[in-house]
Design a protein around this ligand. Structure first.
Ligand SMILES: [Mn+2]
Length: 419
């Protein structure tokens, strides 16, 4: 059974008997007038189909004793092809997804109503409809299309139960298959190359955005890698803003520079943060702060294992950094550590950079999370974050990003021996 067939089987296994499940790839959002944002596929749809084309749909039907899978893609259009290029053929869609039953999108409503029909239904009686309604956070955003569909199905099929498939998808996607871990490792290894290439070109006086451009262009030249998220490059005090957006400052000789970045591989995101001394050597307070964050990063990776929650890791990291800051005289015992460490230490990682997850659920084998403690002292112009991507194993954790330099001596050597 192929990777994507296996994933669909797992969804079928979780569905009630006599039910259908519907997934959509989504459509491009309007930027303004006739200009669209770049298309980003719904990752639950992609996870089950390996298909990234907009306006596609997946229909899973679980009747008594039988399971049917249908994929719907747009029909061939000569005019559309002239404007926006080639679209998937049925053959190509089948090769990508391992789905045999491929129809054009205009058949979707008919096929769905046949599956939901009260009489003469080849699947028996279907009394439950699963819809991919998104995370609780997403539901707050405007998704009129999904609201309309829920409304329409509720009106047209009174008596059928409508269930959000989000919890099923969340639980499946939180545990990564070996194919997924492989993609994450590739994304991380490419990101390492991108960081080294960028460091080779780092000189004082450059603008932060120029470094971001170098990272982004390298990925495109490497294998047309897209980005996992918008690259963050922040020098000196700017690094104390977590998602520092402007990048219009110059990089100064005596500063630290913080990078939070990652490429994507086959849809899977790397998410790496590193902090480097622009002049190649950690000095005084920079080194003190850096070593405190590094010790915390290593202690959290050492501690991570099945059974603990992300909250356990966060509580540990917060207490670790609080003690370190007092010990090193970076803050008074009466100070609040949250003034200097104001984010979470971990999130799940996968198709989405902040991946679909239930943070209250204990970690289990196959989870991939970030470990990213940081300390931010605006008054000293120092912001340090060290972020690794970590696989939870049977009895511990292993950093998939272990090859990316983070020890002080590794970084100083890397900076000294730049090509
Ligand atoms: Mn992160």
């Amino acid at each position: 059974m192929s990777e994507f067939e296996t994933r669909r089987r797992k969804v079928f296994d979780q569905m009630k008997d006599n039910s259908v499940a519907i997934f959509f790839s989504g459509v491009s959002k309007i930027a303004s007038e006739d200009e669209c944002m770049p298309f980003v596929v719904n990752n639950n749809f992609f996870y089950l189909t390996n298909i990234k084309q907009e306006h596609s749909a997946l229909l899973l039907i679980k009747g008594i004793g039988e399971r049917r899978t249908y994929l719907f893609i747009d029909p061939y259009s000569e005019l559309k092809e002239k404007w926006t290029g080639k679209r998937l053929t049925s053959d190509k869609a089948q090769a990508l997804s391992d789905i045999k039953n491929i129809y054009t999108t205009d058949n979707f409503e008919t096929m769905l109503s046949l599956a939901l029909a009260e009489e003469n239904n080849q699947y028996g009686k279907i009394d439950c409809i699963y819809l991919d309604q998104g995370s609780p956070e997403q539901k707050l955003k405007d998704d009129f299309f999904m609201k309309d569909l829920v409304m329409k199905l509720t009106l047209d099929y009174t008596g059928k139960e409508i269930v959000d498939i989000y919890p099923i998808m969340r639980d499946l996607r939180m545990v990564k298959s070996s194919a997924e871990i492989d993609n994450l490792v590739k994304a991380i290894d490419k990101t390492n190359k991108g960081i080294i290439n960028m460091l080779n070109k780092l000189t004082p006086g450059m603008y932060e955005y120029q470094l971001a451009d170098i990272f982004e262009m390298y990925g495109r030249q490497l294998d047309r890698s897209s980005l996992a998220f918008s690259t963050i490059v922040a020098a000196g005090k700017n690094a104390t803003c977590l998602h520092y957006p402007t990048q219009d400052d110059t990089v100064k000789e005596n500063e630290l520079i913080l990078f939070d970045l990652g490429y994507n591989h086959e849809g899977y995101s790397a998410d790496i943060s590193r902090t480097f001394p622009v002049n190649g050597k950690f000095e005084g307070l920079q080194k003190t702060v850096y070593e405190a964050v590094l010790a915390c990063n290593k202690a959290v990776i050492e501690m991570a294992k099945p059974g603990l929650t992300i909250k356990d890791l966060q509580d540990f990291a917060t207490e670790f950094l609080r003690k370190e800051c007092i010990r090193l005289g970076l803050m008074e015992a009466s100070d609040d550590i949250r003034n200097y460490y104001y984010h979470n230490v971990s999130h799940h990682l996968g198709l989405d950079t902040h991946d679909i997850s239930d943070r209250s659920k204990p970690l289990e084998k196959g989870n991939v999370i970030t470990v990213e403690p940081g300390l931010y002292f605006a008054k000293y112009g120092i912001g340090v974050r060290i972020e690794d991507d970590v696989l939870i194993t049977l009895d511990g954790a292993v950093a998939l990003s272990k090859n990316i330099a983070k020890e002080v001596y590794e970084i100083e050597n890397l900076m000294k021996n730049r090509g």
